[in-house]
Design a protein around this ligand. Sequence first.
Ligand code: SF4
Ligand code: FES
Length: 228
Amino acid sequence: MQKEEPRIRILKDGPYIVSGSAPLSEKVIVPKGDGYVYEEGRTLPQKATYSLCRCGKTKTPPFCDGAHIASHFDGTETACKTDYNVRAARIVGSGIDLLDDGRCAFARFCHRDSGDAWELAEDSESEFHHAEAVIAANECPAGRLTAVEKDGTVHEPEYSLAIEILQDPEEHVSGGIFVKGGIPIESVDGSVYEIRNRVVLCRCGFSGNKPFCDSRHVSEEYDDRNPT
Ligand code: SF4
Ligand code: FES
C-alpha cells in the first residue's frame, strides 16, 4: 500500500486535521548564545491522524476537544493566497538582500546580538554580518524572511517534514504551530496554500491573518495550559 503523505486540512470553524503520520513535538523558544534556540518540550503522542486545536479553547492542548463548538469559533481564513515571491518586499542590502512578507509569529529568531535581520542585511559587506543576516532570515519559523544573494541564490534551511507546537516562556505565552518541510495545507474551500518550507499556523484563535499566526497570541497572552 502506498504511504500517505503528511497533509493538514482546515475544518470550517474547527481544528486542523493532520494526516499522514506527521511527526509531532513541542518546542520551547529560549534565548541562548547570539540569539534564540529551540529546546525540547513535552513529549506528545504520535498518531497517523490527529486534530490540532485552532480556536485556543481546548482543555487538551495541542489537540482539539470540541471546544470550538461551544465557543462559536469563527475560523474564517483571511490570509491572502498570492505566492510569497509576489507578496514579499525586497530589502536591498549592501552585500545580501532580504525578502520580507511581513508575516511575523514574534518568535524573535531574527534578532541576533549583532543586530536584527534588517540591520545586518543593510550593513552586510562584512563576512560576519553577511553570515549573521543569513542565520537571522533562515531561522524565522514563519518564513517571513528569506536571504537572497546578489547572484540570485536563495538561502533556505533544510527541514524534514514536522509539526512543532511552540511555547514561549520568555513572553509567558504559548505560540503557534510551526509547520516544517513543505506540508500541504488545505483551506476550507479545498484549495491548497502555497507549499512552503516554513510557516506558523495560528492556534490561539486570535490571528487576524488566519490560518497563519500574526503574533496576536502575545498581546492576547495566550497560554494553552490556561485557556480563557
Ligand atoms: S517570526 Fe520571523 S520575523 Fe517574526 S520575530 Fe520571528 S524570526 Fe522575526
Ligand atoms: S498562535 Fe500566533 S496569532 Fe494565534
